[in-house]
Design a protein around this ligand. Structure first.
Ligand code: WQD
Length: 316
């Protein structure tokens, strides 16, 4: 198949492109290169600001030229803290970009879209395993843009769009050293940077209602996540498929303390750990119910926490 991957030069997008190419698909990437790196990919790349007014005609022209079978839309701003400080930018870029993409797809009759969504749409769920039907309310502008984005995808059914929303849980690891997460905004890369600087990684709170007191998350290997996109594309090109939303996680939770213990093994370094204050807005537990994606897409993750942390360490 021929795929248009927006945000394909990013950490997750480049894994999607590499997995797609390995599966025999060909890709064209659209990316504004704000955080993306050209060196991560070898397919054609078009530098484009999706939220800019002229992007609809540029995208439509690109779509007519390449006759894509599907679009995988990852391009977005994704820093929760920044979204609280600059909500307008998040709404304009994330939703303006998606709106322009949908307008172009509608114009050329391209009707298959995989949308990069997030477990941030759930806010502060109070269940052991969060299913896609959980009535979550996002607690920050980033999560709000993802939830509204999902609705935009759903609304486009009116002109025949078949869309899949993938709600990513905590994405980590690397499929190759040149695809590593260079941003260091999440626990595993932050902790790796700390260790390399000879500093103690900080646990944000050990007084949560969890077995060891630290927060529990569902860490999913970025290579597994990339394959979930391909499963979604395969699903969409099948006959009679409908708009669906899927969690992408492992269904297994790990606490911050367990992640750092895995990192001690991966790095061979018995580093000190510092216990800090809670960080505002952290749910104690956020773990995916993965039954829908397993049943409908036949998709299962392959990597466990040890493999995620080892690959992140090896790529750092
Ligand atoms: C994980 C756990 C921290 C750093 C975020 C977004 C979410 C999604 C994924 C995009 C938490 C703890 C962290 C540190 C720590 N993004 N922590 N010490 O907040 O679960 O999810 O990324 O879709 O929307 O909110 O990820 O990696 O920041 O934190 O103890 O130095 O690690 O408190 O419990 P989070 P994270």
């Amino acid at each position: 198949m021929k795929l248009l991957v927006t945000g394909g030069a990013g950490y997750i997008g480049s894994h999607v492109v590499r997995a797609a190419e390995a599966a025999g698909h060909s890709c064209v990437v659209v990316d504004n290169l704000s955080t993306g790196l050209v060196k991560r990919i070898s397919c054609p790349i078009v530098e484009l600001e999706l939220a800019s007014p002229d992007s609809v005609s540029l995208l439509a022209r690109l779509m007519r030229e390449h006759k894509f079978d599907s679009v995988i839309h990852l391009a977005a701003r994704k820093q929760v803290g920044e979204s609280v400080q600059k909500p307008e930018e998040y709404f304009l870029e994330n939703l303006g970009g998606l709106g322009n993409l949908l307008l172009a797809m509608r114009e050329v009759g391209l009707k298959s879209l995989v949308f990069s969504s997030s477990a941030a749409t759930y806010g502060m769920p109070d269940v052991d395993l969060v299913s896609e039907d959980y009535p979550g309310v996002p607690i920050n502008p980033y999560g709000q843009t993802k939830l509204i984005g999902e609705l935009m995808v759903k609304n486009a059914e009116v002109w025949g769009l078949k869309g899949v929303n993938l709600r990513y849980f905590n994405v980590a690891g690397a499929g190759a050293s040149d695809l590593a997460d260079t941003a260091a905004l999440n626990l595993i890369p932050i902790a790796i940077n700390a260790i390399k600087a000879g500093k103690a990684p900080v646990v944000f709170g050990t007084d949560y209602p969890t077995p060891d007191g630290s927060c529990i998350r569902d860490y999913v290997h970025v290579e597994d996540l990339a394959l979930a996109h391909l499963a979604a594309v395969d699903y969409l090109v099948g006959e009679g498929q409908q708009f669906r939303t899927f969690n992408v996680g492992t269904g297994v939770g790990a606490s911050v303390i367990e992640v750092l213990a895995a990192l001690k093994v991966a790095s061979g370094n018995d580093f000190e750990v510092s216990i800090g204050e809670r960080r505002a807005g952290d749910p104690p537990r956020l773990v995916a119910d993965v039954s829908r994606i397993e049943q409908v897409l036949g998709f299962r993750t392959k990597h466990d926490l040890a493999s995620i942390v080892q690959s992140a360490w090896d790529a750092s």
